[in-house]
Design a binder for this molecule. Structure first.
Ligand code: NAP
Ligand code: G3P
Length: 314
């Protein structure tokens, strides 16, 4: 694969699509951004693209992938999925949707501790580009890497993708924990125990458990749970201030994927009998089944048990 190819199309002009476009531009690539408001046809735009990067929220992924399914792409064109969510109707990850609809192009997942505002400000950050195709991952690594943006390749796309997706539910819990001023001990316990349940779900999806200790797992969990730039954290925090879920969502600028992800995750965990206590309390809180105080009490009053880090599947 040629490493000097530089025609890049970014799909989605939201916060993340704009930040990704900015990163690629720093590397002297020719960048085009497409959004639903664009006058140009997506099919025409991507016909000469070496890399096509999808940064739309989960609700737009299938529609966009269907558009590309019928478009004529360059044979070597690499697809990049930068979405962090789960499809409500199928429970699929974005990369699973892309793989099923556009199977003849290499697919790369991009995910990491990447709050878009900090990246737009040129602050140092790192991310992961993961693919079963090493050449494709390296190609995308070179397109994005710069002195302020360190890019690692990885060969576990589903693990990298799920780290970024599942932490959004946990960020709601941690935002609520901070909103209630429950302290650093509570917050640290919540994050550490949540990583265990994220790994359980990841293993069900076929991810490598060790992927979750990296940038796209623990790294993104820490970023999102420690920053009020995170929309998911903001939702939890706002609920702790007494806002309803609808009010909290309305107050947050942009997409908080964790709300939908909580619904899909609970459907999967119910069906597959995966223990996800923190995510389940978030789900019940968002559904209005319990109060925040009941969620805190419920988590603290669960049966006592060994920490059991050797058997994460249970
Ligand atoms: N912001 C971050 O810091 C960040 C970092 C990493 C990953 N992400 C992930 O990136 C994704 C987008 O986040 P964002 O921050 O850019 O959200 P955002 O600012 O709210 O923008 C949403 C994006 O999704 C597109 N979209 C929404 N519904 C769509 C539909 N039905 N069909 C087609 N496109 C649709 C919008 O398209 P238009 O442009 O056409 O309006 C827009 O580009 C999310 O999965 C998020 O978790 C975000
Ligand atoms: O604003 P959030 O909560 O969607 O988080 C943004 C990114 O996923 C952080 O890596």
């Amino acid at each position: 694969m040629k490493s000097d190819l530089k025609n890049v199309t970014i799909i989605g002009s939201g916060a993340w699509g704009s930040a990704l476009a900015d990163l690629v531009q720093r590397n002297d690539c020719h960048v085009q951004i497409w959004s639903r408001q664009s006058q140009s046809s997506l099919a025409a735009l991507v016909s000469n693209s070496d890399a096509i990067i999808s940064a739309v929220s989960i609700k737009g992924v299938r529609t966009i992938a269907e558009k590309l399914q019928t478009a004529k792409l360059l044979p070597h064109a690499v697809l990049v999925s930068a979405t962090k969510g789960l499809e409500p109707t199928t429970g699929k990850t974005p990369s699973q949707i892309w793989q099923s609809l556009v199977p003849n192009h290499p697919l790369v997942v991009l995910s990491g501790p990447n709050l878009s505002k900090e990246i737009m400000e040129g602050k140092p950050a790192a991310t992961v580009v993961a693919s079963y195709n090493d050449d494709a991952a390296q190609f995308i690594q070179n397109i994005f890497a710069s002195r302020n943006f360190r890019v690692y390749t990885n060969s576990d796309p589903i693990g990298v993708e799920l780290g970024g997706t599942l932490k959004n539910v946990i960020a709601i819990a941690v935002g609520a924990c901070d909103g209630l001023n429950l302290g650093t001990n509570a917050k640290s316990a919540l994050i550490a125990r949540s990583l265990i349940e994220i790994i359980r779900v990841g293993v069900y999806f076929g991810a490598q458990p060790e992927t979750f200790w990296g940038l796209s797992g623990l790294g993104d969990l820490l970023a999102t749970c420690n920053s009020n730039l995170s929309r998911n954290y903001q939702v939890g925090y706002a609920i702790a201030q007494g806002l309803s879920l609808d009010e909290a969502i309305a107050q947050v600028q942009g997409t908080a994927e964790g709300v939908n992800t909580a619904n899909v995750l609970i459907e999967i965990s119910d069906r597959e009998k995966i223990s996800v206590p923190v995510s389940r309390y978030v789900y019940r809180l968002l559904k209005g089944e319990i109060t925040l105080q009941q969620a805190v009490e419920g988590l603290m009053e669960r049966d006592l048990k060994p920490e059991n880090l050797e058997n994460l599947e249970l």
